[in-house]
Design a protein around this ligand. Structure first.
Ligand SMILES: C[S@@+](CC[C@H](N)C(=O)[O-])C[C@H]1O[C@@H](n2cnc3c(N)ncnc32)[C@H](O)[C@@H]1O
Length: 219
């Protein structure tokens, strides 16, 4: 998965990043450590301008309770948690002890450890086990692509009216429109894009930020 919008040249992408509020030292260090320790997977991390967008969006809607499906080394979680109102909480779902141990260290350094709860289990199981009265203002889906439709179906009922769901990689490096591409991940994204578009519980837009970011508002 690419972190750069497909339609942007590298130079224009750099300009977009340079003209967005910059990540602080903690996020920069986290990106560096992720790239050096997990070179093969580092591209899974959201880009800096997407992180800034997510912080702004959470802040703009006054989000307090949030959920993230797919945490990796914790970059997007820091961005979401920083946008939450006072007393806000972020529930993170992941299955990797190794990657999320890096996340925990950076949440501590960022002063967010008390604001973020990590559950290490398949996300569908975590979401199914939430108490019936659970409600979120904000959700970010960024885990295994074949699971997106299931995560969507579990999360939409938990979002309050006016709440927002962001879904990452919905352009799949442009593969969504290449019908020669029939891998599981791109098929999962195509299935998700169709399902979300047909869902009359939300209004949505597919933004060409990063690898494609679908932003849905619960009606
Ligand atoms: C694209 S990465 C997330 C990147 C992260 N949002 C960031 O910005 O750094 C996907 C993550 O989903 C996790 N994942 C994969 N399958 C999962 C599942 N069934 N349940 C929960 N997490 C899962 C992986 O362990 C990985 O950390």
């Amino acid at each position: 998965m690419s972190r750069r919008s497909e339609q942007l040249s590298e130079a224009l992408h750099d300009y977009v990043v340079a003209h967005s509020t910059q990540p602080d030292e903690i996020l920069r260090d986290l990106a560096k450590e992720t790239a050096s320790r997990f070179a093969d997977e580092a591209d899974m991390q959201i880009g800096p301008e997407q992180g800034t967008f997510m912080t702004l969006l959470a802040r703009l809607i006054g989000a307090k309770d949030a959920v993230e499906v797919g945490t990796f080394t914790g970059y997007s979680a820091i961005c979401v948690a920083r946008g939450l109102a006072a007393g806000g909480r972020l529930l993170c779902c992941d299955v990797s002890e190794e990657w999320t141990s890096v996340a925990r260290a950076y949440w501590q350094r960022a002063g967010l450890a008390d604001k973020i709860e990590l559950r290490l289990a398949p996300a569908a199981q975590t979401l199914r086990e939430l108490p019936p009265a659970t409600s979120f203002d904000f959700a970010f889906i960024d885990a295994d692509k074949v699971g997106y439709v299931e995560y969507w179906d579990l999360i939409v009922p938990l979002i309050r009216p006016g709440g927002v769901i962001l879904v990452d990689n919905t352009l799949s490096s442009g593969r969504v429109i290449d019908h020669g591409e029939q891998g599981d991940a791109v098929q999962g994204i195509r299935r998700f894009n169709g399902r979300a578009l047909a869902d009359d519980r939300v209004e949505l837009v597919l933004l060409p930020i990063g690898d494609g970011l679908t932003m849905a508002r619960k009606l």
